[in-house]
Design a protein around this ligand. Structure first.
Ligand code: UPG
Length: 438
């Protein structure tokens, strides 16, 4: 099976590589010539565990290649996936220009049947727009060539992308023709040998499923953050509440962790886009609007706790930050709580000493000289008046308390992800503040 994937971001690169791993011939396409040149040299532009080995292996086997020209591969492929970006417009709606550009290129250059599958997260109705663009281009050329469109939203998580893709909970595919259904069944068969989990549905429902899933997950997080904040006020412990709550099989244990807010390239953007889609249809997503508001507020929670601890006198204090990426196992800082936090700390006149196992280069691009970039996690603590744990990387989980106590000016930890044991810290003589318990 020969397929093309347009867009070599997270979704495109991981999908393309994983399809190649199952034996498909995959060409990954990107208009960014520099990116394609470095991929051809075996350099992977993103940090994703396991990806580099898999890319190199499949390139070597001749099943995976990279090009800037979609035009040139259209005669050789039966499926084209679009996995290009859909950044938010100012009003929160998704910007479809890149998705539609791909449709124009396909319509202008195709000479035989092709199935055009949207993998980027796109609002309901986008597949219809893609179809209209291709039809228009074919009309302009005065030719009649059969094609189909389909929607195949991607549910992989950054940091766990390969595993999510290779062993998915489910694959959602929206189609409106038998031919498209057959092609997609064939492509996904290797992933689902033991447990067939491709859920076929109509195209608008597939497009909607993706937004509903991310919005539901974001809702769980904001709900738990609200519960955590209330737990502090009434003297309850959110960790116990979470465990009691998650044991109900109707609720489940996952995505119930309170913290200093969700970030990343998906939840914030998708929640906004769904609110916007509803507005375009004269409907208000009341729950989601509050999910967003609670999250914005929560990104500020460590700062507020620190401010309270120092009774508003933060000027001149040295604050250590552990974790800058929006979550562990990634260097991605898009919409990361650390962005809000660093901004607040600098404005309050603090000196910020930051460390992240993967996101230091990204942080340098964002903060320039305003922050001290520590060479390791303990270097960040030198003379610090507080440590803020922002991202729960594994290497932060069992630190040497004695070193912390010795290195810091005032040994106090504000744990934004609830990873430490209060008792252990008390025994080590370190003051401890977390989310959702006193
Ligand atoms: N988070 C919490 N508490 C939890 C779980 C997550 O605060 O209990 C935060 C986490 O710290 C991060 C954010 O939620 O800031 C998102 O985490 P995660 O879902 O692991 O990362 P993403 O890579 O953004 O993945 C989401 C969906 C995935 C989808 C992708 C792009 O989980 O299914 O494909 O967004 O749409």
């Amino acid at each position: 099976m020969n397929i093309a994937i347009v867009g070599t971001g997270y979704v495109g690169l991981v999908s393309g590589t994983c399809f190649a791993e199952t034996g498909a011939n995959v060409v990954c396409v990107d208009t960014n010539a520099e990116k394609i040149a470095s991929l051809n040299k075996g350099e992977i532009p993103i940090y994703e565990p396991g990806l580099e080995e898999m890319v190199l292996r499949n390139v070597k086997a001749g099943r995976l290649s990279f090009t800037t020209s979609l035009e040139n591969c259209l005669d050789d492929v039966s499926i084209v996936f679009t996995a290009v970006g859909t950044p938010p417009n100012e009003d929160g709606s998704a910007d479809l220009q890149y998705v539609l550009e791909v449709a124009h290129t396909i319509g202008r250059n195709m000479n035989r049947y092709v199935l055009v599958v949207t993998k980027s997260t796109v609002p309901v109705g986008t597949a219809r727009k893609v179809k209209a663009v291709i039809e228009e281009e074919l009309r302009n050329r005065g030719v009649q060539i059969d094609f189909d469109v389909a929607s195949n939203p991607e549910f992989l998580k950054e940091g766990n992308a390969i595993k999510d893709f290779m062993t998915p909970d489910r694959v959602v595919v929206g189609v409106d023709s038998e031919r498209a259904k057959e092609l997609m069944s064939k492509l996904y068969r290797p992933f689902l040998l033991n447990n067939f989990r491709v859920i076929f549905m109509d195209i608008p429902s597939a497009e909607m499923t993706k937004y509903a899933a991310n919005s539901m997950l974001a809702t769980r997080i904001s709900f738990m953050n609200d519960i955590a904040n209330l737990c502090e006020l009434v003297g309850a412990d959110v960790n116990m509440v979470r465990s009691g709550l998650g044991s109900d099989t109707r609720i489940g244990r996952k995505f119930l962790y309170p913290g200093c807010g969700y970030g990343g390239s998906c939840f914030p953007k998708d929640v906004k886009a769904l609110i916007r889609t509803a507005e375009e249809h004269g409907y208000s997503m009341r729950v989601l609007k509050m999910v967003e508001a609670v999250n914005e507020d929560q990104k500020d929670i460590l700062f507020r706790k620190l401010e309270k601890y120092y009774e508003g006198n933060l000027k001149g204090l040295t604050i250590a930050l552990w974790g800058l990426a929006f979550k562990p196992e990634t260097d991605d800082m898009r919409e990361a709580p650390a962005l809000v936090l660093v901004d607040r700390l600098l404005k309050a006149g603090c000196v910020v000493r930051a460390y992240d196992p993967a996101a230091m280069d990204e942080a340098r691009r964002r903060f320039g000289d305003a922050v001290y970039y520590a060479c390791d996690m303990y270097d960040a603590l030198l003379d610090a008046d507080a440590l803020l744990l922002v991202t729960e990387w594994k290497e932060f989980r069992l630190p040497a308390w004695g070193v912390i106590k010795k290195t810091m000016n005032n040994a106090v930890i504000f744990d934004g992800r609830n990873i430490y044991d209060r008792k252990e810290l008390a025994e080590s003589g370190i003051a401890y503040h977390c989310i959702g318990s006193k």
